[in-house]
Each structure stands twice: as structure tokens, then as C-alpha cells.
Design a protein around this ligand. Sequence first.
Ligand SMILES: *[C@@H]1O[C@H](CO)[C@@H](O)[C@H](O)[C@H]1NC(C)=O
Ligand SMILES: *[C@@H]1O[C@H](CO)[C@@H](O)[C@H](O)[C@H]1NC(C)=O
Ligand SMILES: *[C@@H]1O[C@H](CO)[C@@H](O)[C@H](O)[C@H]1NC(C)=O
Ligand SMILES: *[C@@H]1O[C@H](CO)[C@@H](O)[C@H](O)[C@H]1NC(C)=O
Ligand SMILES: *[C@@H]1O[C@H](CO)[C@@H](O)[C@H](O)[C@H]1NC(C)=O
Length: 368
Amino acid sequence: MLSYPKISIVAAALLAHSVAAQFVSAPKDLTKKEGHAGVNVRYKEVPPGICEQDPNVKSYSGYADVEENEHIFCHQLFIDQPATTGLSYTIPIPAYQDNDGYIIQLPDETCPGYAQAYGTCGTYSKSNVALVPNSTAGAAPNMWKTLQGFMGAFPQYSRNGLNFATESYGGHYGPVFNDYFLEQNAKRIPGSIPIELENVLIGNGWYDPLIQYQAYYNFSIFPGNTYDYDPYNASVKAEWYNNLYGEGNCVDQTLQCYATGRDDVCSGADNFCADKVESLYDNYSGRDEYDVRELTPDPFPYEFYVDYLNRPDIQAAIGAYQNFSEYSYTVGNGFGSTGDDDRESGTIQDVRRLLEAGVQVTMYFGDA
Ligand SMILES: *[C@@H]1O[C@H](CO)[C@@H](O)[C@H](O)[C@H]1NC(C)=O
Ligand SMILES: *[C@@H]1O[C@H](CO)[C@@H](O)[C@H](O)[C@H]1NC(C)=O
Ligand SMILES: *[C@@H]1O[C@H](CO)[C@@H](O)[C@H](O)[C@H]1NC(C)=O
Ligand SMILES: *[C@@H]1O[C@H](CO)[C@@H](O)[C@H](O)[C@H]1NC(C)=O
Ligand SMILES: *[C@@H]1O[C@H](CO)[C@@H](O)[C@H](O)[C@H]1NC(C)=O
């Protein structure tokens, strides 16, 4: 008789524990250091076996606190940006993500039945678009601050210049961020240190949507691709051509975006081009956009790393304070509202400026 209440208390405690365990607790073992430009960094040394198998290789991870509510996560220097992507957070909340990608805040760290059905309960950033940048140029300052924080906290790893590697949307980020670094260097802001940029590497970059939306057609139909892969019938080809070049369609709308610079025009143009040009490749080729050799859905690259980064022991080992998100709808909505994806954003001029400043820029492309 007497043991019943005890058992039920233990059971309730276990239940509460296992429910609360779906959320990430605040890391308690981070060391705080003031970096350059007044940016604080909170970091820890990551135990061997997590990021690096060799116990003689040190690895660190943690956050650069670039704004009151923007905390940028690095591995060594794998930077998850803007905040809300990867492990970088704005304001951590208990939440779940529904099938449309919405982050839905929960009242407390309990995963109720209706949320359990999605299997996505966790700690996410508040889905407040005002807390994140909405353009490539808007994202540059926090990237600079993250580097200032890192370089101040780890001068021993910041002596020999910086090599910046990026891909895909990195065709925007790479040129624009690095040109911003050069501008910041020139300002000689007290308390900051210059970023000695050496190389910028960009793989399969998205630079100029006017040219690159057309390239979907060129690669697929005329002059075609190196695999002579041509599964499209005449009707699909005619539709594709018209969606690009027909009056008022993708090319015209993108030119309007370039001419006006208006958020609504660029945003509308990008939605049109993505749905009516890019998606024809996705819908009719049956092939991966990044690797034409692979059928869709392409299992590569494997997604196991997402599950790995969402394990409590790994989160604790690297000092993470939100669940890992491969894609942030908050940032997606912000960038979508300005049509950033349909803008050239000075990327080509910025590459030119980097070259003039003596920075080596390596652009590499491939269909496999
Ligand atoms: C791309 O396709 C368009 C439309 O057919 C054509 O006018 C243009 O010459 C092509 N560009 C290249 C580089 O093949
Ligand atoms: C052309 O291909 C599309 C997509 O597979 C298909 O829906 C359509 O019926 C085909 N049209 C003709 C005329 O074969
Ligand atoms: C391609 O497929 C997507 C998803 O099914 C659909 O929303 C889109 O309208 C399709 N695009 C075209 C041009 O058929
Ligand atoms: C979020 O992290 C918690 C704590 O480690 C984990 O239990 C939960 O499964 C994670 N959620 C997701 C969706 O990965
Ligand atoms: C994008 O962000 C800037 C800076 O916060 C803001 O002034 C602008 O109104 C935002 N644009 C849109 C379309 O929300």
C-alpha cells in the first residue's frame, strides 16, 4: 500500500524528465571572452570523438553574441548564419515544427499529444522575422561581428589570414560578405581588427538570377548537357521557353526587379521563376539539381548528421542551445519578402573588387 504513492511519484518524475528531455537545456559550461569590436564569445573545448577523432587535435565551439537576440554558432569556423539557421538562435523557445515548416511555440517544455504526432518537439528560435536579416547585405554585419568575436577570443588561430569557403547561395554571401569585410577594414573601427582575407572559394554559386534562371533551360534543352540527357517532349520544351522568354514572364519580371529594385517586384519575380522555370527541371527531369547523375529523391548527401546534432549528448558536448535546423523558414520568409534570391545584389562587382584588392577568388562549378 505504502509503496504505491512513491511509485507514482517516481513515474511522474520520469515522465516529466523524458518529456522535458525533448528540449535543449541552456549550456552551462561555456567560457565567456570579450572578442574584438566588443563582441562577446561563449565557447567550450569539445571533447575528442565529437568533431574530431584525433585527441591531439583541439576543437572548440560556441556562440558569438552579435546582438542581444542574435547568437551565431561556430564549429571552429563552420558558421551557421543568419541566426535561426543551424544552431544559431535568436530567442530560444520550446516549440514544434509542423509539416508546412511553421515553428509553433508551446506554453512550456512539455510536448503535448498534438505536437508529438509531428515528432519535431524541441528548442527553436522564436519565429520573429524582425530578429533576422532579410537580405544578403543585411546578413553581412553579423558575419563580420562573429569573426571579430572569434578572432579576439582565439588570436592564436587568427594570425595567418582568412580563407572563406562557401557554396550555392554562397554566390551571394561570398562576394557580398567579403567585400563588406574589406570596407570594414578600411574604416579602421576602434577595437576591431582588420580581416586579412586571402582566398574566397565559391562552389556552384548563385550569383546572377537573370543569367542563371536562363541556364536551367540551356543546360536542359539548348545547347544541352554533357550527358545528352533529354527526357523532355516538345510541349514541355515550349512551355519552358515561354515561361522564361514569353512577354511578362521570368526574364521580363527579373529585368523589372533589376530596374526598380522593389521588394514586391523582386519577390514576385523570384516566385514566378522558381515555380515556372526552375521547378520544370525538378518536376520533369527526375534528377537532382546538384547532381544530374542522381535520381530524385537523391539520398546524397546523407542526412544522418542532423540526427547526430540533435542528440542530447552531442548538444551538451558542443554547447548547443537549440535543436539543429537545416532550413530556417524565418530566414526564408525574410529573404523571400525582399526577393533577395532574384537580385544580383552586386555580386559580380564585389568579386571584381576582391580581385582588385589582391584576394584570390576561386569559383568552381559542376553538374555532378
Ligand atoms: C541559352 O538559351 C537561349 C534560349 O534558347 C539562347 O538564346 C542562348 O543563346 C543560350 N545561351 C547559351 C550560352 O547557350
Ligand atoms: C509531355 O510531357 C508532360 C510531362 O511528362 C506530359 O504531362 C504531357 O502529357 C506530354 N505531352 C505530350 C504531347 O506527350
Ligand atoms: C512542379 O511541382 C510542384 C510540386 O508538385 C508544383 O507545385 C509546381 O506547380 C510544378 N511546376 C510546374 C511548372 O508544373
Ligand atoms: C531536440 O533536442 C532534444 C534534446 O536533445 C531531443 O530530445 C529532441 O529529439 C530534439 N528534437 C528534434 C526534432 O530533433
Ligand atoms: C528588411 O529589413 C530592413 C532592415 O531591418 C527593413 O528596413 C525592411 O523594411 C525589411 N524589408 C521588408 C520587405 O520587410
